[in-house]
Design a protein around this ligand. Structure first.
Ligand code: ZN
Ligand code: ZN
Length: 354
């Protein structure tokens, strides 16, 4: 905050609130002013806030937490002798939130003395590298999700709907102790497997590829994995596509190490697919960071110059999608180390025929 010359700050993005003070509920704002942190929430979270919040005074009031937090920083700013700057999280503050903050500042501190400054990724820049505890938590989430995969695989049958497969996955994950799914489960069969982000439909599984992309939340941390299985026989062309994606994924994993640019890891996967003349069917980026949120920095994509750092946890998920025919994606989570990476996802990757 000093480096950015901010006297006060309002943290409104809940994953950042959680990261900084431990609160995991759905309503709360963390504020900093005059050397102190205060956490604002409403009556529904009195007990939870007192139990979870560390390093900040807990303030519970019936009004909207943002208004209380803004009034608190505004009062602190009024006491300042010079022009003060309040940092807000630009990516996570709506126009309505901005006007509420501005109106509190006007009311409490007077217009001329305070300035609202848009900030970007202050907390996220700390979250990008995971500490030992976070890595342990991520490991547990990954293991839980991988652990239910064989059971779901055993249940997949020709003629079952995609929604039924998704239900089996989510039921198994919940029974195994998942707090929730980390995003909407993707089950895409036959021709629909060519849609990288297909939602499960009432479509019945026919012969062809089925992409299963899912993850769980456990102890506040997300997991993310994709496996593609085959219902019915796989002909030579299908096996070739699967082999190409698997090789591309291995090449990308081999390219991961601290100091390497994210774009270079993406390029390693594309290079393999080019050899198979399949690179033009790889229509999304290679991967993303995972942590408290399912999609975090860094982005592993074409041209990304950001360097990987030890402690980052990212996905490696190349895919090939051929419209009218089908698609294959294989996704693991990896932990970046000084000399390479550790693949966290233990699920085997040979093509499974159901
Ligand atoms: Zn995924
Ligand atoms: Zn992913």
């Amino acid at each position: 905050l000093e480096k950015k010359r901010l006297d006060t700050v309002l943290i409104t993005h809940l994953p950042n609130v959680r990261y900084l003070c431990g609160f995991s509920g759905s309503s709360g704002v963390l504020a900093f002013a005059r050397g102190d942190w205060a956490f604002f929430t409403d009556g529904r979270y009195t007990g939870q806030a007192r139990a979870q919040v560390q390093g900040a005074a807990v303030v519970v009031k019936p009004q909207v937490p943002l208004v209380n937090a803004a009034a608190w920083v505004a009062k602190a700013m009024r006491r300042g002798s010079v022009r003060m700057q309040l940092g807000i999280e630009a990516e996570h503050t709506t126009l309505a939130m901005h006007s509420r903050i501005a109106s509190e500042l006007r009311k409490q501190a007077g217009n001329s003395r305070c300035r609202i400054v848009q900030t970007s990724a202050i907390v996220e820049s700390f979250r990008i590298r995971k500490d030992r505890e976070e890595i342990e938590q991520i490991r547990k989430a990954v293991q839980l999700a991988s652990g239910v995969f064989p059971e779901v695989l055993g249940a997949i049958r020709l003629g079952m709907t995609e929604k039924h497969v998704a239900a089996e996955l989510e039921y198994a994950a919940r029974r195994a102790g998942a707090d929730n799914m980390s995003f909407e489960t993707i089950v895409a069969s036959s021709e629909r497997s060519a849609l990288p982000h297909a939602r499960p439909t009432g479509e019945r599984l026919g012969r062809g590829f089925v992409i299963l992309d899912y993850g769980v939340i456990l102890g506040g941390y997300c997991s993310d994995m994709t496996r593609t299985v085959r219902v019915g026989r796989a002909d030579r062309a299908a096996r070739q596509i699967y082999k190409a994606v698997l090789e591309a994924q291995a090449a990308a994993i081999a390219a991961v190490r601290a100091g390497t640019e994210c774009g270079k890891v993406d390029a390693a996967a594309r290079k393999v697919l080019r050899r198979y003349k399949l690179d033009r069917y790889f229509t999304h980026s290679l991967g993303h960071g995972v942590g408290i949120e399912i999609h975090e920095a860094p982005r592993l994509a074409k041209g990304q110059t950001q360097a990987l750092e030890t402690g980052m946890v990212v996905t490696i998920e190349p895919g090939v999608y051929i419209a009218g025919s089908g698609g294959v994606r294989i996704e693991d989570m990896v932990l970046v180390t000084p000399t390479g990476c550790e693949v966290l996802t233990p699920t085997p990757k040979e093509l499974v025929i159901c």
